[in-house]
Ligand binder design. Structure first.
Ligand code: ADP
Length: 334
């Protein structure tokens, strides 16, 4: 999508890899998760046993992949990476599980999108470090149990609610990743600016941080766009005004709302009088998948106090009307 799309785009994966913190003490923010995780890892190291399986839930770009790499690094263990959609058949998963080495960390991104047969194989693997390989078809089929090396599963999901309970219950530890505070994003930006050799005064960092939708991936991306702008138009100096002008140019508004956020709000207010309106109706009105609206736009709008999810549907708050400069209908708020 566009500038504030939470997914990595194009050659961004390479830049992201370069900006990734490598150890837990370089990882900024998420204080509680960091502390809990460091205990889990430390005690595993002391017992010389792989730690419990870890589930990380939270929106895109909040650091789930980064943390999984850190877990492997802190354990001094190899890391294997795959994703739910890549595990279409049980055989896809069996091929990975049966070749894991002792203590290896297996990262499964978007674990809620794994196919059912693979999911069932994973239950047994997580619990008993065993898989049942089914040989043959129909009444003559037999299953051959196969021991696998003790490993640690690190699952990541943007939608923890979609995980079946038996899978969720097999994780010993769940890390809930939340949006970052502005001062935490300032530190992310400061670190990235140093790695990219960009001069970033605190006032510029602040302006970018507060428009980054609470998301490190977006902060890093906006930093690169603002740097380009500053080099061409402002002799490379990222003052507050330069940052603001650059971000306005890229249609990121003063609260960090992007085009999709504003389209959702705009539809909610203009087409549905502020709601309540159902998620799928709202998604059709902005031409997006309901999942995109629900996972990408809504959590941030809710956090900014612009939208509320109610049992009857999505509802705009008074701030939403103000944000778009519109007047609510007289009966809007009781
Ligand atoms: P996710 O897997 O949740 O989508 P990633 O782990 O890929 O997110 O993070 C996206 C980018 O944001 C990475 O390039 C990483 O450098 C940066 N990032 C994420 N979390 C942090 C953090 N806590 N401190 C510093 N940089 C971070």
């Amino acid at each position: 999508r566009d500038l504030v799309s939470p997914e990595p785009e194009g050659d961004e994966r390479l830049i992201e890899a370069a900006l990734r913190p490598k150890r837990l003490d370089e990882f900024i923010g998420q204080g509680r998760v960091r502390e809990q995780l460091s205990l889990v890892l430390e005690s595993a190291l002391r017992r010389s046993r792989p730690p419990d399986h870890v589930l990380m839930s939270g929106g895109p770009g909040l650091g789930k992949t980064t943390l999984s790499m850190i877990i492997a690094a802190e354990l001094g263990a190899p890391l294997r990476m795959t994703s739910g959609p890549a595990l279409e058949r049980a055989g896809d998963l069996a091929a990975i599980l049966s070749t894991l080495s002792e203590g290896e960390v297996l990262f499964v991104d978007e674990i809620h999108r794994m196919a059912r047969p693979a999911e069932e194989m994973l239950y047994l693997a997580m619990e008993d470090f065993r898989v049942d390989i089914v040989v043959g078809k129909g009444p003559g089929a037999t299953s051959i149990p196969l021991d696998i090396a003790p490993f640690t599963l690190v699952g990541a999901t943007t939608r923890a609610g979609l995980l079946p309970a038996p899978l969720r219950d097999r994780f010993g530890f769940t890390a809930h990743m939340d949006f970052y505070e502005v001062d935490e994003l300032e530190r992310v930006l400061d670190r990235s600016a140093r790695l990219l050799s960009v001069e970033l005064p605190p006032e510029g960092a602040h302006e970018i941080a507060r428009r980054s939708r609470g998301t490190p991936r977006i902060a890093n991306r906006l930093l690169r766009r603002v740097r380009d702008f500053a080099e061409v138009r402002a002799e490379g100096v990222i003052t507050r005004d330069v940052a603001a002008a650059a971000l306005n140019l890229y249609e990121v508004d003063a609260e960090g709302l992007d085009r999709l956020d504003r389209a959702v709000l705009d539809a909610l207010l203009r087409k549905f009088g502020g709601g309540p309106v159902g998620l799928s109706t709202l998604a059709v009105a902005v031409g997006e998948e309901p999942e995109t609206v629900e996972v990408v736009a809504e959590p941030f709008l809710v956090r900014q106090g612009l939208l509320a999810r109610t049992p009857r549907g999505r509802v705009a708050t008074a701030s939403a009307w103000m944000h778009l400069g519109l007047t609510p209908p007289p009966d809007a708020f009781g």
